[in-house]
Design a protein around this ligand. Structure first.
Ligand code: GLU
Length: 476
């Protein structure tokens, strides 16, 4: 296959949704796999819904995920502009041409008239699409509307033949003659419709493959008809089943935070999100679960996109995230966690944070969790939780003081020596390791759960460890 060109065309009315970005990921992987080009096109013709912030957010989220594009609003390219709001003249030019060639016509029907006729057709058990009235106007009728100054929309004259979309995922989809009716390409206010803009852009941008959600399957034949009317060859279409929520309905805001941004804020790493999204409705083979960005490019095959919808499973994403977190090197992981600490008002010393990574990386399902697990290292303001308070109370001040004394004498302050001292203090008071260590954990970390204790204390330092034990032993 030569010169593959694909595009992702989000309409940024809010944050970029994972179900939506997944089709962007497939388009990108397909282009990269074939050594082709990937275009980012912003469908922002609906000015009432699109904000600059949202456009910026889309670009940010894609970059963060690891998707890059060869042409787009920020990087330019030979087929720009790449924002539909800046292509109005192009759409007008094309519309005029379609009218001049008799492939589109002025439609003077008002919304009320359309609605009445639609209802009447349905009542008669007939199809509810446009009935073609203005296509059949006599010259006299047309002149009368013009003289009256009636507003008009431009409607595409759908050829009365069968349409076949040979979809790469859905297979052949056929539309019998007459089932696809004439549709508006330019509204009476001069704005282009989605059906026109997408077709024109795909044609002028040389898009060879359109990979998008199957909610748009029924647009494909009409997009293709416009492209053919303009003398072009329609791209190949691949309509990917939508991502479903746990309730089996298409994933949406209803299902809580599903934006790329929200996963980033939760501490999902981009490698994991990319890998997870790639496997939502696509697979390399029956076995492979983990794929790097390069492996995805290498193995992406559109023929392996499933024609069944895939369900989004946050637990599986978190499990996958843990896999990637465990494999990051400690410097990288610490640097990625830093953001979450500063957001929590903590300023870890990078060296200490880095040294703490091996203690927590196995149990972190998100980067954000590192803050709770390691908070005790970076603030002295550790209010023991309820279970920690109970442990401290049960142990009593005498035991905590004895541990403080034992640890004060530890030299050098190493994990091994700390562990020995803790075990000795436990044994001396007739406690098992668990009974002996838990109150120490509670007093030094403020919690009944923490990373391994001797390692934690080694990082906390002798002075702060002893201070915390004595403070817990002091009468309050
Ligand atoms: N802008 C459309 C959307 O966000 C996609 C259009 C297309 O891919 O053709 O759903």
């Amino acid at each position: 296959m030569s010169a593959v060109r694909t595009r992702f065309a989000p309409a940024p009315s809010g944050s970029l949704h994972v179900g939506n970005v997944r089709t962007g990921l497939f388009s990108w992987a397909f282009a990269r796999h074939h050594g082709g080009q990937f275009i980012l096109r912003v469908e922002d013709t609906d000015a009432s819904r699109v904000t600059e912030e949202a456009v910026h957010g889309v670009i940010e989220s894609l970059r963060w995920l690891g998707i890059d594009w060869d042409e787009g609003p920020d990087v330019g390219g030979p087929h720009g502009p790449y924002r539909q709001s800046q292509r109005t003249e192009i759409y007008h030019g094309v519309s005029e041409r379609l009218v001049a060639e008799g492939k589109a016509y002025r439609c003077y029907c008002t919304p009320q008239e359309l609605e009445e006729r639609r209802r009447a057709a349905m009542a008669r058990g007939e199809p509810s699409g446009y009935d073609g009235r203005c296509r059949r106007l006599t010259a006299g009728e047309r002149a009368a509307f013009e003289a009256e100054g009636r507003p008009f929309a431009l409607r595409f004259a759908m050829p009365a033949r069968e349409f076949v979309v040979d979809d790469l995922v859905k297979g052949e989809v056929r539309y019998a003659p007459g089932t696809l009716t004439d549709f508006v390409v330019l509204r009476s206010d001069g704005s282009p419709t989605f059906l026109l803009a997408v077709a024109v852009d795909d044609l002028l941008m040389g898009v060879t493959h359109v990979i998008r959600g199957d909610d748009l399957l029924d647009s494909a034949a009409r997009n293709a008809a416009v492209i053919e009317a303009l003398g072009g060859t329609p791209p190949r279409y691949a309509h990917v089943p939508q991502v479903l929520g746990s309730d089996g309905r298409p994933l949406s805001k209803r299902h809580g935070s599903t934006s790329v941004e929200s996963f980033r804020e939760r501490g999902i790493v981009p490698e994991a999100l990319m890998n997870y999204l790639a496997l939502l409705g696509w697979s390399k083979d029956a076995e492979t679960t983990f794929l790097s960005r390069d492996e995805l490019i290498e193995s992406f095959d559109i023929a392996r996109v499933s024609s069944n919808p895939a369900a989004f499973d946050v637990k599986k994403l978190e499990w996958m995230n843990n896999h990637y977190i465990q494999r990051l090197d400690d410097d990288d992981l610490a640097a990625r966690c830093m953001h979450f600490f500063s957001e929590a008002g903590l300023l870890p010393e990078p060296k200490v944070l880095r040294a703490a990574m091996p203690l927590v990386k196995e149990r972190m399902t998100t980067l954000r969790e590192s803050v709770e697990l390691l908070r005790f290292l970076f603030t002295d303001d550790i209010e023991p939780n309820e279970r920690a308070r109970a442990l401290i109370q049960q142990a009593g001040p005498a035991y905590l003081r004895s541990v403080a004394d034992a640890l004060e004498a530890v030299e050098p302050w190493t994990v091994e020596r700390i562990q020995e001292a803790l075990d000795r203090a436990s044994a001396a008071s007739g406690r098992s390791r668990k009974e002996g260590w838990q109150p120490v954990r509670a007093a030094t970390t403020g919690s009944n759960v923490s990373p391994p204790l001797p390692e934690s204390l080694a990082l906390l330092g002798r002075e702060r460890t002893v201070e915390r034990l004595r403070a817990a032993a002091a009468p309050s």
